[in-house]
Ligand binder design. Structure first.
Ligand code: GLN
Length: 481
């Protein structure tokens, strides 16, 4: 095991006791990058020189006995739709190929203030639109567990980097499953917090009412640690919630006796791969053996989740992406044009990839005057019903367990020609975003050497319960092996 294969908690202790240096740790990460990155393509941009310099500065702090926080000196990967001052931020798109933000996203600023060191910016489906990390202008990311398979998306680069030891922890974003799906496919942990828990300031918008920044790590504990430093109210984001941030580590080790876990009947029916279902049920049974109370619940509007999500997400995307017009920033066509309209057309035709164009067209359609009531308004109404399903379920249970993806990771190219097949990958993840709820993905084993993940869904602003249940599961799973 190299340094880059350790968890944050272990590394933080070794750094503090000066058994290792932040510089050695950073070098270990870049050595792994040198070995694996060519094949995996987890990063769009690497910031090696800056990272090594910052590692030296961190070592100075350790020497003085003044580390900034538990994250001081820890190498972190950042999804490339989060603005990093002075570091190119592309969103996986040609249209932002050379965009260098003049400011940091709030989450990035908080991490930097805590001493975490950016290794680089990770690959994603263009603007977060996809479930496999194949829709990037910078090529697909491969799964470190088996490079013939997709890493999952859209935060595929972040998940792959953590799983491969090309970073220790990573930030991702989740609009409809983009943290949880790649975490599941790469066999690591990932959490999408409650909407409003983490400031979206500096997150390049895809669908603003659904987007949320979250954490990926080798373990639930690493995710909890990362959350501790990025959460909290921010006046720069009006949707950021004014609620206190608990210390997510403080309650992590509590027992789960009597914890009421709901299993939605609608989640365990046809469409879910049988072997995946069995594996998840094993996890549920293990929790039950240790004192959790399992109860069947119903989320009756689940069948409308995909259509509702793809109406609302594309509607918001078509509006958010209107800003890329070749005027304000980003790519502009090099072609000679006769007027402004043609300049817009050529810029957008050349700058956006196929999936992004499909979403802009879908979104413009559902928002158009003649169809607004039939699609967009209707979708908003169904969104309320989906949220009410969860409200009712949470009157009976403390958290809910379900699959993350209906199947195992798939091979590169397998679903790319069939957009609808790709959208169906999100069947178990989008409802949480529509309802604004937190969801934690964790690994429960492998089938044919491919990782299987499941998710624990929590009440609004109750990340503590799902992190505690997840951490408990990881502990008893390791004991039972
Ligand atoms: N796969 C979903 C989509 O394409 C979710 C992506 C995400 O969460 N960013 O919209």
């Amino acid at each position: 095991m190299e340094l880059c294969d350790y968890r944050v908690t272990q590394l933080a202790r070794m750094l503090r006791q000066r058994e290792i240096s932040a510089f050695d740790l950073m070098e270990s990460v870049f050595e792994r990058i040198d070995v694996r990155e060519k094949l995996l393509n987890a990063y769009i941009t690497l910031t090696r020189e800056m990272a090594l310099k910052q590692a030296t500065a961190a070592d100075q702090r350790f020497q003085n006995g003044e580390p900034l926080s538990i994250l001081d000196g820890i190498p972190i990967a950042i999804k490339d739709n989060l603005c990093t001052q002075g570091i190119r931020t592309t969103c996986g798109s040609k249209i932002l190929e050379n965009y260098i933000p003049p400011y940091n996203a709030t989450a990035i600023q908080r991490l930097t203030d805590a001493g975490a060191i950016i290794v680089g910016k990770t690959n994603l489906d263009e603007f977060g639109m996809g479930s496999s990390c194949e829709n990037s202008a910078f090529g697909p990311t491969r799964n470190p567990v088996n490079p013939d398979y997709v890493a999952g998306g859209s935060s595929g680069g972040s998940a792959a980097s953590v799983a491969a030891g090309e970073s220790i922890i990573a930030l991702g974003t989740d609009t409809g499953g983009s943290i949880r799906i790649p975490a599941a496919y790469c066999g690591i942990a990932g959490i999408k917090p409650t909407y409003g828990r983490v400031s979206r300031y500096g997150l390049v918008s895809y669908a603003s009412s659904l987007d949320q920044i979250g954490a990926l790590g080798k373990t639930v504990e690493d995710c909890a640690l990362l959350l501790n430093s990025i959460c909290g109210n921010d006046h720069r984001d009006s949707t950021s919630a004014n609620v206190p941030t608990p210390d997510f580590l403080a309650t992590l080790n509590r027992d789960i006796k009597g914890l009421k876990i709901g299993l939605p009947v609608e989640y365990f029916v046809e469409g879910l791969d049988k072997s995946v279902k069995e594996m998840i049920m094993q996890a549920v049974n293990l929790l039950a053996e240790h004192g959790a109370e399992i109860e069947e619940i119903s989320l009756p509007h689940t069948k409308y989740a995909i259509s509702t999500y793809y109406i609302i997400a594309t509607a918001e995307a078509s509006s958010n992406l209107a800003r890329y017009d070749g005027v304000k920033y980003g790519f502009r066509t090099h072609q000679a044009v006769k007027d402004l309209v043609q300049m817009y057309e050529e810029t957008r035709s050349q700058g956006f990839g196929q999936e992004v164009k499909r979403r802009i067209m879908l979104g413009s359609y559902v928002l158009s005057a003649g169809y607004f009531d039939a699609y967009y308004r209707k979708a908003q109404q169904v969104r309320t019903l989906i949220k009410q399903d969860f409200d009712q379920a949470f009157q009976k249970v403390d958290c809910i367990i379900g699959p993350v993806s209906p199947s195992l990771p798939f091979k590169l190219g397998e679903k790319i020609a069939e957009p609808l097949q790709m959208y169906l990958v999100d069947i178990y993840t989008v409802s949480l975003n529509l309802a604004g709820l937190p969801g934690l993905c964790l690994n429960c084993g492998t089938i044919d050497n491919l990782p299987v993940g499941f998710q624990i869904i929590g009440k609004s602003f109750d990340e503590e319960t799902i992190l505690r249940a997840g951490h408990f599961y990881e502990t008893i799973k390791n004991e039972s092996i």
